[in-house]
Design a protein around this ligand. Structure first.
Ligand code: FAD
Length: 138
């Protein structure tokens, strides 16, 4: 039973804390069988998590209570038959390589603001990021 969960939050993390989150997530997600992507841009996190329902739900509850971010907002939660981000224990979106036209395709302005986008639009944007090759690290 697989699910995909997408949320946004406001980051209070320093660059060093962010690096620690990515390191910790890669190791732990691999153990949990969780895959996904994390985007960190101008004080905003967007993360997609895929995996078994129990593992994803438990992890999301831990993430929500993490003091390194706030205003955690669930954007989408879907039962899935297959993963779309299977190649990444926690891939990072490289915003330097992000085409502004792609952001404009899904949002009002060429700036990532997941709080002003529907969950479906953020999901579609993430899928295009994968096909455009702007995901770094596995
Ligand atoms: P512990 O490491 O014992 O943490 C205990 C408590 O302290 C938790 O509430 C934890 O959130 C908090 N905490 C841990 N380290 C710090 C720190 N350096 N500074 C302040 N508080 C701290 N974890 C994953 O395993 N996979 C992910 O994909 C993932 N994504 C994340 C995305 C974001 C945006 C953030 C902010 C965190 C993410 N984390 C992720 C980390 C997650 O929130 C937990 O820290 C982690 O799951 C371990 O939690 P724990 O309760 O088992 O352990």
């Amino acid at each position: 039973m697989l699910v995909r969960l997408l949320y946004a939050s406001h980051s209070t993390a320093t660059e060093a804390e962010f690096a620690a989150i990515v390191r910790q997530s890669r190791a732990r997600n691999a153990e949990l069988g969780v895959t996904g992507l994390l985007c960190h841009s101008e004080g905003v996190f967007v993360q997609v998590l895929e995996g078994g329902r129990a593992a994803v739900n438990r992890l999301y509850n831990q993430i929500v209570s993490d003091p390194r971010h706030k205003d955690v907002t669930l954007l989408a939660y879907t039962e899935i038959s297959e993963r779309r981000f299977a190649g990444w224990s926690m891939g990072q979106v490289s915003l330097q390589r992000l085409n502004p036209a792609l952001l404009l395709k899904y949002s009002e302005v060429a700036k990532l603001d997941p709080y002003a986008m529907s969950g479906a639009a953020v999901s579609a944007l993430f899928e295009e990021l994968v096909s455009e090759g702007v995901i770094v690290c596995s």
